[in-house]
Ligand binder design. Structure first.
Ligand code: SF4
Ligand code: SF4
Length: 388
């Protein structure tokens, strides 16, 4: 039979190396929820062996299996045979996309990005509506700096769907006296959703944005979005030189606090825990900075969930799952909220707008008598609340 799917040697070797030991099964959030063996990396590798030797053909059912993955990387860190499950899923999605088998819910997101430059198909002019009034007015009057030391990149979700992250982020940087500019209404999606669905439009999207960023002459970029951070630091270098240092807000705030430019005086109380976003934690190994910040907020007791850092449970919000299978994403988030309830946390903090959004939905899916008054916040909100 003819081989239907071919892979570069690195991935082909990994697929063939999978010994079906099943270690990946124990950590896969999708398997944990569905209990479907085809859904974990072991099952996916078995299917790929058949797709490679031609005994199986790509289909909508196969596409469903490969798009049902949060790209959380938990399998990759667990596999004793060195199978990089999430990367192989991403490779398979590129082929499925080319074969026209990408799910409509995801190609709908692609169309929104093509039409309006953002995942929600919202008007590009509305991107600055969430800015603090002074900055918004500057943009409207054409007085925003075209060049600055620091470029702030908000991301689609904080710009259009979250009321608090962008104002908290900007006000904290104002308090620290940071010299910044933004792309304002010229900011577009970083392209990560295109990459995750396997679209070859990711590269041109990235190139256009790189050009705009370089034009600001900034020396550094800061973003409160874990997905954008991962995209800029791990995917863009393959495409072009951004010409600046990229920081996530947790790294940047940790530095500003250490330099005494932001003082945490306290405004919060109770037990607080941190949820590691997969795109920041397992993908970029940023674990300590957010914890350093939270432990310095006077009046709070920091508690660690049992599954943390490299072992953190995925909240279910990544990999395109919020668009592809929102119900499953929320069910996974509810499990993560229960992890926090188990250690008595009253507040879950994250450094990812998608995690915040999904965890909030997950909390609401838990009966009120069980979830109590648990709250979910982004770290930018904690910083501005504590800095006063
Ligand atoms: S842990 Fe690795 S070798 Fe074992 S079944 Fe999973 S992918 Fe295969
Ligand atoms: S990346 Fe995460 S969700 Fe996807 S197969 Fe691996 S463990 Fe499961």
């Amino acid at each position: 039979m003819e081989a239907t799917y071919e892979f570069e040697k690195k991935y082909r070797d990994q697929i063939l190396r999978c010994s079906s030991c099943g270690f990946c099964q124990a950590v896969c959030p999708i398997f944990g929820l569905t209990l479907r063996p085809a859904m974990n990396t072991r099952g996916k590798m078995l299917l790929l062996k058949e797709l490679m030797d031609g005994s199986l053909e790509p289909s909508a059912e196969i596409a469903d299996i490969f798009y049902t993955c949060t790209a959380c990387k938990a399998c990759t860190y667990t596999c004793p045979a060195g199978v990089e499950g999430n990367e192989i899923v991403e490779e398979v999605r590129k082929r499925l996309y080319k074969d026209g088998l990408a799910p409509e819910s995801l190609t709908g997101v692609r169309d929104s990005i093509f039409k309006q430059g953002n995942v929600f198909a919202s008007a590009q002019d509305e991107r600055i509506e969430i800015y603090p009034p002074v900055l918004r007015e500057k943009v409207r009057k054409g007085e925003l700096k075209s060049h600055a030391e620091t470029l702030l990149f908000m991301g689609c979700l904080p710009s259009y769907m979250d009321m608090k992250i962008v104002p908290s982020f900007i006000k904290s940087l104002d308090a620290a006296g940071v010299d910044y500019t933004t792309l304002a209404t010229e900011e577009t999606c970083c392209g990560f959703p295109l990459y995750l669905m396997g679209s070859d439009e990711f590269e041109p999207q990235a190139r256009r944005l790189i050009e705009k960023m370089r034009a600001t002459g900034a020396r550094e970029l800061v973003t409160p979005c874990a997905g954008c951070y991962k995209t800029f630091t791990t995917l863009y270098p393959e495409i072009g030189d951004l010409g600046l240092n990229v920081y996530h807000s947790v790294q940047y705030f940790d530095r500003l606090i250490n330099e005494g430019r932001i003082e945490l005086k306290g405004e919060l109380s109770g037990k607080i825990t941190y949820h590691d976003p997969c795109d920041l934690g397992r993908s970029c190994k940023i674990f300590e900075e957010p914890r350093n910040i939270l432990k310095r907020v006077p009046g709070v007791e920091f508690v660690e969930m049992e599954k943390n850092r490299l072992d953190a449970r995925c909240c279910g919000g990544g990999g395109g799952m919020q668009a592809y299978n929102p119900e499953m994403a929320v069910d996974m988030a509810a499990l993560r909220v229960r992890d926090a309830l188990d250690v008595g946390a009253e507040l879950i903090v994250s450094g990812c707008p998608a995690c915040k959004d999904n965890l909030r939905k997950g909390a609401r899916a838990i009966p009120k008598e069980e979830r109590g008054k648990i709250k979910i916040m982004d770290i930018t909100e904690v910083v501005i609340n504590a800095a006063g």
